[in-house]
Design a protein. Structure first.
Length: 636
């Protein structure tokens, strides 16, 4: 492989806004930009809204990846709680045969792995709570056991309890998903259980520990006086909460750098250790009764906190403006215009919206997504915002992922899914911007974009349905010309204009001859055939200033403005000639025949359209009577 070529690395991760992912990603990005690597993160926010149907749409982003287009892969599959999803990702990477580093997994020996010793450090933490603080009854708030890190921490808890001769009560274990709301839910479940208060709640991460501690305090318990709470990860919030949370400090930034370094070296043919194990250390703090040694310096804390608040307020403002702007959009053009106006505030170099080529197609519950690829063969990129300049790409193969191909320079790209429920709408790409990892509102932004795209899709089909309803209201479905409603709506306005301008109008009334005879003797299909052919003739007889309609079952009407002398006879000649021609052409056992009567007059204020129609109807019946008298005389 050409060592000068930019190395394209795919990174697969679930969630971007947790401190664990953030710190590892920062480490990877730092190494990548220093060594000319192009990192492409494919990320979703699974498990955030408690809906498996929603998660199927969210996880569609992972089906987009064509691993064969990349030089290497880094898999943060330890951030997934779903074993099936991890297996699918492993399978795709294995098929591509590219150098791969995986976090916290030893399932596939062909991959290089990097791990932090979760088991040993969690066991040390639990031993401290038992032996130093004398805890005997412990509740455990677990992460997902299908997740390698969740499993390691759970097994470390069980091992520490066993080694210290303590019984593990199943009712005192809450199986969470590493989400912050799991801590609150665990305390609510405990409160409903009527079990005695334990000596400690051991939590598998800080997010759950913080919400558990808050929920306990709302119930009137003091920490650590009444009950101990511990976490894992030593996050900023855990360090600086009150009380500060006893936790575990892990070298996350270093782990990210190391993962990127291993892949880089493997691509360049430099041998690497198959497994890399990094050490972690327990951090004993106020929530277990130990003096805190990790609380940030007050000045630094205030500085970081203010900066975070400023960023959050700014992002809320961006999302609110975007939400308000998109709420007023009714077309895709308006939608992309709103995004273009605000996207520069996200602080990225490039922003691309990529939609499936069928995103505007109608669908219903009976046509749910069943294709495992989710994406259509081709995508469209209607908006590519690049350093303030806008362009688009009509169509590109979805296997290309990037609408304009890979960058040939060091870049950081984030691919995020756009979907409505389980239906995949597309994705968007943020290039060289940290909004997806530093903002707590990235998922909110994604949902706002997705819901707005879905609203536009629905409006598109609603407008189509309204157009069709309007068409059906004014168009005769058999003859495909105006029906009575359509004719009156349009001709009445034309007639009023003629009255104002004192124009001459001609109204012709046509009645089909012998329709009942055709229906009774040859069937209604033949009757419909005859009516359609008559309608075609009437349409052909309409001039530039005329409109025609099927006025009733076998009655038709033509209305002409700016009529001239001789128009009545000219229309009758053309009409009868075309009747003769169609009969010679179709050679039916019956004649397609009709009587036409016309009235030409200057429109006056005391005239109405209906009064003119009545006169034309009378003229037509005079023609019909003449025909009957002629037929009788022929028989005599």
């Amino acid at each position: 492989m050409d060592s000068e070529k930019t190395k394209n690395i795919v990174v697969v991760v679930s969630g971007l806004d947790e401190e664990y992912q953030y710190n590892i990603i920062r480490g990877m990005n730092t190494f990548a930009l220093e060594h000319g690597m192009n990192l492409s993160y494919f990320a979703a926010f699974g498990g955030m809204v408690g809906s498996k149907v929603f998660d199927r749409g969210e996880y569609s982003i992972y089906n987009l990846i064509d691993y064969s287009k990349f030089d290497g892969a880094i898999l943060m599959t330890n951030t997934f709680s779903e074993a099936d999803m991890r297996s699918k990702i492993f399978s795709g990477v294995r098929s591509a045969g590219i150098p791969t580093v995986v976090f916290e997994s030893h399932e596939y020996p062909e991959f290089y792995d990097i791990s932090i010793d979760n088991f040993t450090v969690m066991k040390r933490l639990v031993d401290h709570i038992i032996n130093f603080h004398g805890a005997r009854v412990l509740n455990f708030i677990s992460g997902p056991l299908a997740n390698p890190e969740g499993r390691a921490r759970y097994e470390a808890f069980l091992s520490a309890m066993k080694d210290n001769g303590l019984e593990v009560e199943e009712d005192r274990i809450f199986y969470g998903d590493f989400k912050s709301h799991d801590g609150k839910q665990a305390i609510e479940d405990f409160a409903d259980s009527n079990l005695p208060l334990p000596d400690a709640f051991i939590c598998a991460n800080d997010s759950m520990a913080l919400t558990a501690a808050s929920a306990l305090e709302k119930l009137g318990y003091k920490i650590p006086e009444d009950v101990i709470v511990t976490g894992f990860d030593n996050t900023f919030s855990a360090r600086n909460s009150f009380p500060s949370i006893t936790s575990v400090k892990r070298p996350l930034f270093t782990a990210g750098q190391k993962a990127a370094e291993i892949v880089y070296n493997l691509i360049n043919g430099i041998e690497q250790p198959h497994s890399t194990l990094l050490e972690a250390a327990p951090v004993f703090a106020e929530s277990c009764g130990c003096p805190s040694e990790t609380t940030d310096d007050l000045k630094e804390y205030k500085k970081i906190t203010y900066k975070r608040m400023e960023v959050i307020n700014s992002n809320i403002h961006i999302v609110n403006r975007l939400t308000a702007g998109l709420a007023e959009t009714e077309t895709s053009t308006e939608f992309f215009n709103v995004i273009e106006e605000l996207i520069g505030d996200l602080g990225c170099e490039k922003f691309a919206v990529c939609l499936t080529d069928d995103w505007q197609d109608a669908f219903n519950s009976s046509s749910s997504v069943t294709d495992p690829d989710f994406y259509s063969g081709y995508m469209t990129a209607p908006l590519i915002w690049d350093n303030g300049k806008r362009r688009s790409v009509g169509y590109f193969p979805s296997s290309n992922m990037f609408p304009e191909g890979f960058e040939t320079r060091a870049c950081i790209n984030y691919f995020l899914p756009l979907h409505f429920s389980e239906r995949c709408l597309g994705y968007y790409i943020v290039t060289n911007g940290d909004f997806p990892i530093y903002s707590l509102l990235c998922h909110t932004l994604t949902m706002v974009l997705s819901n707005s795209i879905e609203n536009i899709r629905k409006l598109f089909h609603l407008n189509k349905a309204m157009d069709e309803l309007n068409r059906l209201y004014i168009i005769d479905p058999l003859c495909n010309i105006y029906n009575r409603n359509g004719f009156i709506n349009i001709a009445d306005d034309m007639f009023k204009d003629c009255v104002k301008e004192n124009k001459c109008v001609m109204l012709s009334f046509i009645d089909m001859d012998g329709l009942k005879f055709i229906n009774d003797n040859y069937g209604h299909n033949e009757g419909d055939f005859a009516i359609q052919r008559l309608a075609n003739i009437i349409q052909d007889c309409c001039g530039r200033n005329s409109i025609c309609a099927r006025f009733g079952g076998d009655e038709f009407i033509i209305f002409t403005v700016d009529a001239k002398k001789g128009d009545e006879s000219a229309l009758a000649r053309k009409f009868n000639t075309e009747l003769e021609d169609i009969n010679n052409l179709v050679q039916k056992p019956y004649l397609i025949s009709a009587s036409i009567g016309s009235v030409t007059t200057f429109a006056k204020e005391n005239d109405t359209l209906y009064s003119i129609i009545k006169k034309a109807d009378d003229a037509m019946y005079e023609i019909k009577k003449q025909k009957k008298r002629a037929r009788k005389s022929e028989k005599m």
